[in-house]
Ligand binder design. Structure first.
Ligand SMILES: [Zn+2]
Length: 199
């Protein structure tokens, strides 16, 4: 069994003994963490969150209530996932085969999904399989992300489209009407934008 120190797991959460949980992490009511999952240090895993088999979560991530993280998802450090966000892992879902027989886990391939450091995903967003969301990117609430999102990019809608940039501090700035990215100091923290990709 992986070693656990200073971990807070609510009595109603169901955490596999074969999951690794880092120090200082809290797992709240009715959350389920499956075997092989790895959660880093100082994370907050909200009420009713589902962490599937072998999912990897970095350090200091916040995963809000009712989020589903399915097999194939990796969150780097410092990722924010808003409430009710859903990660999918099957682009072409069917319950049954053409002959009517039930599909099994062997009938589909995992498409890895990666959320890079510091990125934030708004409430009730849906993330399709196989996409990478860049460092410090921001996904607006209710978006459906069907393609990769660049570092520091702000996307919204269904399908999610670029609207502007997001500073490391969280401030967003819109692109100009001609599509040009904002250039200058962040109106909130004064950092130079566009920020360095991946920073
Ligand atoms: Zn800023």
């Amino acid at each position: 069994m992986p070693e656990r120190t200073d971990v807070r797991i609510h009595a109603t959460a169901e955490v596999s003994s074969a999951a690794a949980i880092g120090p200082g992490t809290s797992i709240w009511h009715q959350a389920q963490v499956r075997e092989g999952a790895r959660i880093g240090a100082e994370c907050v895993i909200g009420k009713n969150v589902y962490v599937d088999v072998d999912v990897v979560i970095g350090h200091r991530c916040k995963v809000q209530n009712n989020v589903s993280l399915f097999h194939g998802v990796t969150l780097e450090d410092g990722v924010f996932i808003g409430p009710h966000a859903c990660f999918t892992n099957d682009r072409l879902p069917r319950a049954i085969n053409a002959d009517g027989s039930l599909k099994t886990d062997d009938d589909w391939e995992i498409a890895p999904t990666l959320v890079r450091r510091g990125a934030a995903i708004g409430a009730n967003s849906t993330i399709l399989p196989g996409v990478t969301i860049g460092a410090w990117a921001m996904v607006g609430s209710g978006s459906v992300v069907t393609r990769d999102v660049a570092p520091h990019e702000l996307v919204v809608g269904n399908p999610a489209r670029r609207l502007g940039s997001a500073c490391t501090c969280g401030q967003t700035v819109r692109d100009a009407d001609d599509g040009a990215s904002f250039r200058g100091a962040c109106p909130r923290c004064g950092a130079a934008l566009p920020a360095e990709h991946g920073a």
